[in-house]
Design a protein around this ligand. Structure first.
Ligand code: 6R9
Length: 652
């Protein structure tokens, strides 16, 4: 039986659940009635959410879906994203309110009010105009996590230029292909940024990329580290050009469907996809979800999303969502262990962060470092915690809630993608009794279904594929320059439904559990088994910090489960030896059933991860099947695979 003909086996039984704190529930931004309201009139519900924004011209039609899968939201409406994120708050008398507490890795700080942000964005917008950038042009942004990054994005939005932010850790080749695909006219970069206590150069990478790109006219360079940079005719210093500009600029209204940004996702194969987001629908979606999912109270909350702005999580929940809502946020430039492993908790204590949003990989790393580190800080300001990027293992969820959230805060596990623009499936912190490891329900306004191979909804207790069954405002509009690939990748697997590429199950209550990418699902003796569930079982062992599981070809069972495990910091030498491996295998069998027992477990010091923290199982499959290791260019740390290979007698 082929892998796709069977839906996922449903193994993990998790019975814990955490109801919302009474006080939070009573004052929650979104209450249980919202589900009914949105179900009764979905488009009306979204139209109501769009009223959060300030429109220069009201829309005529909420959704035009006459040419699916090409959606138009808020047809005929006009607005400016930068005006909505900045100016309107200043006009409402909130100019002195802090938009960003920025913290540089070396410890330097900047406090940026909404009035400061308005002046900076206006100056940058005038500078872009002086460089000849016009509405409809594309601008590549390759910056570290410094204030000029959101300022540049907003300056583009202000004049109607479409930005394409490229993560600062990407190579010159990755930058070049992205510049070429979008035909960008300008690159905004910096001499470098700080990472792990040292300046890390960016400009040489840009010089290398730009030498081969025909479309770039100028390179605008921010001075951050002060290190020498090679001069080039095309280069313009930010402090020369931007500083002398007028801080006045009138934002021009854009059509609701004007392209706001392109963000490239690499996917598993082929050339990167330029995911296109437009203005009105995207901004509606991120403003709504940022308010609903985190219960944001803009007057009192301090919000911190630890993602890099180079990823969609940073676009939606550091820049556009929080600013559209007039929130106060933290931006941190560096790594969590510089100068020491308490840096994040120090930042939460210092700025009295009340809402914190991070990724499971970071949570598991903190678990590995030990409970005593966060225990040294005052984290009592926290009231809501969020997770995004991968399925969160129940044990990591419970650790996060207990050691960071003081057993007090709800944890919202938010499922979404670059393509969805904003959060789609998540608990609501004032409504949902959340189960550790479950993304729970589609948000009010979102229509999602777990379907079987034929596209039919699975009953409660069943597993299959996550699909989105109705268009939503933050949805991607296309793949930049490739409508056909857009249709083929997302809308062809199941008729009329968006295929997310993720496996999922519905439990007996109908709540959703995400089970990893469909490409990673294992076929063991006729059962489709999720890597996520086996990983979660391993992580639930007290001596395990992290685990990655793959299916390796096996002559008797089609595929066999091979696990790679990182022990917890405190576990010490007990984790060596056959006895411990047997204990772990038995633990999995006891938790999930004998079918899920790994054939082989290997203790490793690290796991291969992408730069946004997702485990690259493809490379581990190469190890498990004794193949030479494939393309490692998207690894955060390319030496990890050597570390793993060294540890393994079988993998040469
Ligand atoms: C926002 C973001 C998207 C993929 C997605 C899924 C995984 C994200 C998740 C999750 C389980 C969650 N993913 N959030 N899986 N539970 N809460 O990460 O966007 O980088 O495009 O990745 O990430 O596999 O399909 P992106």
């Amino acid at each position: 039986m082929s892998q796709s003909q069977e839906t996922l086996s449903n193994l993990l039984q998790e019975t814990r659940s955490f109801p919302p704190p009474a006080e939070l529930a009573a004052a929650a931004n979104v209450k249980a009635e919202a589900y009914d309201e949105a179900a009764a009139d979905r488009l009306g519900y979204w139209a109501k959410q769009a009223e959060r924004l300030t429109w220069s011209k009201h829309w005529d039609e909420t959704l035009d879906w006459s040419n699916p899968p090409f959606a138009k939201w808020f047809v005929g409406g006009e607005l400016n994203a930068a005006y909505n994120c900045v100016d309107r708050h200043v006009e409402a008398g909130l100019g002195a309110k802090i938009a960003y507490h920025w913290e540089g890795e070396p410890g330097d700080t900047r406090t940026i009010t909404y009035a400061d942000l308005q002046r900076e964005v206006n100056k940058a917008a005038n500078a872009l105009l002086e460089l000849g950038v016009r509405k409809g042009d594309r601008v590549a942004i390759y910056l570290p996590m410094i204030p000029e990054l959101p300022i540049s994005m907003l300056a583009c939005a202000r004049i109607g230029a479409t930005h394409s932010v490229v993560f600062g850790g990407f190579s010159s080749e990755a930058l070049r292909t992205r510049i070429d695909d979008a035909q960008a006219k300008l690159v905004i970069t910096a001499d470098g940024g700080y990472r792990r206590g040292k300046p890390s150069a960016l400009k040489p990478t840009v010089d290398e990329a730009v030498a081969q790109t025909p479309t770039i006219e100028h390179v605008l360079v921010v001075r951050r580290t002060g290190e020498d940079v090679a001069g080039n005719e095309r280069d313009v210093w930010w402090h020369d050009l931007v500083e002398r500009q007028s801080d006045q600029h009138t934002a021009e209204p854009m059509d609701a469907e004007h392209p706001l940004y392109i963000l490239y996702t690499s996917g598993t194969t082929g050339k990167p996809k330029g995911i296109l987001h437009t203005t009105g629908g995207y901004l509606t979606h991120v403003a709504y979800t940022h308010s609903a999912v985190f219960d944001l109270k803009p007057e009192t909350d301090v919000f911190w999303c630890s993602a890099d702005i180079g990823w969609v999580t940073g676009h939606s929940y550091i820049v556009y969502g929080p600013l559209a809502n007039g929130a106060t946020s933290v931006i941190y430039e560096g790594t969590p262990d510089t100068p020491d492993k308490g840096r994040w908790w120090d930042i939460i204590q210092k700025y009295k962060v009340s809402i914190f949003y991070t990724a499971p990989t970071a949570i598991r790393t903190c678990m590995k470092w030990g409970d005593d580190i966060p225990a040294q800080y005052d984290l009592s300001s926290l009231r809501v915690l969020g997770s995004v990027g991968e399925p969160i293992n129940p044990e990591a969820y419970v650790w996060y809630r207990k050691h960071i959230g003081g057993d007090r805060t709800p944890v919202v596990d938010t499922w979404w993608q670059t393509e969805t623009g904003g959060i789609m499936v998540s608990p609501l912190p004032g409504v949902t009794a959340a189960k550790p490891g479950a993304a729970m329900r589609p948000l009010p306004g979102v229509s999602a279904e777990v379907v079987d191979d034929q596209g039919e909804p699975v009953p409660n207790g069943g597993g299959g594929f996550l699909t989105l069954t109705e268009p939503w405002p933050g949805m991607l509009r296309t793949i930049w320059g490739d409508d056909e690939r857009y249709v083929k990748t997302y809308w062809s697997r199941f008729e009329g439904k968006y295929f997310a590429g993720d496996g999922a199950k519905k439990d007996e209550d109908g709540d959703f559990w995400l089970l990893g990418r469909v490409d990673d699902v294992m076929l063991v003796s006729g059962h489709n088994i999720s890597t996520t569930e086996v990983e979660s079982a391993l992580v639930s062992h007290p001596k395990v910090a992290e685990a990655a599981v793959v299916g390796a070809t096996d002559p008797t069972t089609t595929q066999a489960i091979v696990a790679f495990v990182i022990p917890r910091g405190s576990a010490g030498e007990e984790v060596e030896g056959e006895e411990f491996l047997k204990e772990l295998r038995d633990h999995v069998a006891k938790t999930l059933g004998p079918i899920a027992k790994p054939r082989q477990i290997m203790m490793v010091p690290e796991l291969p991860k992408t730069r946004s923290g997702k485990i690259m199982r493809r490379l581990l499959r190469d190890v498990a099947e004794n193949r030479s290791i494939g393309d490692v260019t998207t690894l955060a740390d390319s030496t990890v695979m050597d570390l793993i290979s060294e540890k393994l007698p079988s993998a040469k």
